[in-house]
Ligand binder design. Structure first.
Ligand code: GTP
Ligand code: MG
Length: 301
C-alpha cells in the first residue's frame, strides 16, 4: 500500500475583536479551547489548538483581536502578540464579522497585503445578514486584496466550517507532526482554569470590571473527598487595578463574588469532569495593565 505523505502546518486565526475567532477555532478543533463571550477583547493570549489525524497535524493559533487604538500597555502587548503570529504562520485565516465596517485604508489591510503564505478571508456570522450582503462583501474584499480563498461561514452554527477545514488541508504542505498526536494544546491546565473564571467575570460584571481584572491560579490539586470521590481543589486570586473595584467585585454582603464562585465552579466541574472546590480571593494591583513587571508576571511579555 502506498503511504500518503504527512502534512502539517501552523494556521493563525486573526482579526478584529469579537468577530468570532475563538468560536471558529473551537469549531475547527472540536473542543472548547478558547473562552467565548459577547464582549470584545475576550482573548488576551495566543492559544494553540492542535488538530491531528493519521496523516496530518494542524496547529491553530487563536489570537487576541487586533485593537486599532491601544490605550494601555496590556493592549499594546496583545497587539504585539498578534504581530508575531503573522511571521510564523503557514496559513492565515483572516476573520471578519459580516456586519463590521472596514475602510479601504485600514492598517489591517496593509498588514494583510504583506502576508506571503496562503491567506483566507473568512466572512463570519453570515447567519445574521442577508445573502445579498455576503455577495457584496465578497466583491468589496476582492477589490482590496488577493485572497487564496474566501469562505462565508457561521462559526456559531457550524455552517461551512468543514469547508474551511477542507481548504486548509488542500493548502498544507508536507511536513512532520510538531506535537504528540494526542496533545490538544501547549498551555497547562491551570491556564484554562484561570480562563474559565475570567469568562465568568466577563459574563457577570459590567463596564470596566472585566477589563481591569486578571485571574491567577495559586493552587490546583487533584484529590479525593472523605467518601472517595474525585475532587479538584482550586485556589485563585482575582486582581483588580483600583481600590474602588474591590467592593464591586465582592458585592453587597459578598453576593457578587459568591455568584461568581458558583458559576465558575459549575463550569470548571463540566470542563474537568470532577467535583471542584473553588476558593477565590481579591487583591489590588495598582494599574497593573500599565505595569511592566505585572504584565510579565501575568504572562503578557
Ligand atoms: N450570530 C453569530 N454570532 C457569532 C458567530 N460566531 C461567533 N459569534 C458570537 O460573537 C461573539 C464573539 O465571539 P468570539 O469567538 O469570542 O470572538 P473573538 O473574535 O474570539 O473575540 P475576541 O477574543 O474578543 O477578539 C460571541 O457572542 C459569539 O457567540 C456566528 O457565526 N454568528
Ligand atoms: Mg477570542
Amino acid at each position: 500500500m502506498e503511504n500518503k505523505a504527512h502534512k502539517s502546518g501552523y494556521v493563525n486565526i486573526v482579526g478584529r475583536p469579537n468577530v468570532g475567532k475563538s468560536t471558529l477555532m473551537n469549531a475547527l478543533v472540536g473542543e472548547k479551547m478558547s473562552i467565548i463571550t459577547n464582549k470584545p477583547q475576550t482573548t488576551r493570549h495566543r492559544i494553540i489548538g492542535i488538530l491531528s489525524g493519521d496523516d496530518f497535524q494542524v496547529v491553530f493559533s487563536d489570537t487576541p483581536g487586533i485593537i486599532s487604538d491601544p490605550s494601555y500597555k496590556m493592549q499594546i502587548a496583545m497587539n504585539n502578540m498578534v504581530n508575531t503570529t503573522f511571521h510564523d504562520s503557514d496559513l492565515t485565516l483572516f476573520v471578519t464579522d459580516a456586519n463590521e465596517r472596514f475602510e479601504d485604508d485600514d492598517p489591517i489591510i496593509e498588514r494583510l497585503k504583506k502576508v506571503e503564505t496562503p491567506l483566507f478571508l473568512v466572512i463570519n456570522k453570515i447567519d445574521s445578514v442577508k445573502p445579498e450582503q455576503v455577495l457584496q462583501l465578497i466583491k468589496l474584499w476582492n477589490k482590496r486584496l488577493k485572497f487564496t480563498e474566501i469562505v462565508p461561514i457561521s462559526a456559531l452554527k457550524k455552517h461551512n466550517t468543514q469547508k474551511v477545514s477542507d481548504l486548509i488541508m488542500e493548502n498544507l504542505q508536507e511536513g512532520p507532526p510538531y506535537y504528540p498526536k494526542d496533545q490538544l494544546t501547549d498551555k497547562p491546565e491551570r491556564f484554562f482554569v484561570s480562563e474559565i473564571v475570567r469568562e465568568k467575570i466577563l459574563e457577570l460584571y459590567h463596564q470596566e470590571i472585566p477589563y481591569s481584572t486578571e485571574v491567577i491560579i495559586n493552587a490546583f490539586k487533584e484529590g479525593e473527598t472523605s467518601r472517595g470521590e474525585a475532587i479538584t481543589r482550586i485556589d485563585a486570586t482575582i486582581y483588580v487595578m483600583r481600590k474602588s473595584q474591590k467592593p464591586i467585585l465582592i458585592g453587597k454582603g459578598g453576593s457578587a463574588i459568591k455568584r461568581l464562585g458558583t458559576e465558575s465552579r459549575k463550569s470548571l466541574e463540566k470542563w474537568l469532569e470532577t467535583r471542584v472546590h473553588l476558593e477565590l480571593h481579591v487583591k489590588i494591583s495598582d494599574d497593573w495593565r500599565d505595569n511592566e513587571r505585572m504584565l510579565k508576571h501575568f504572562g503578557y511579555k
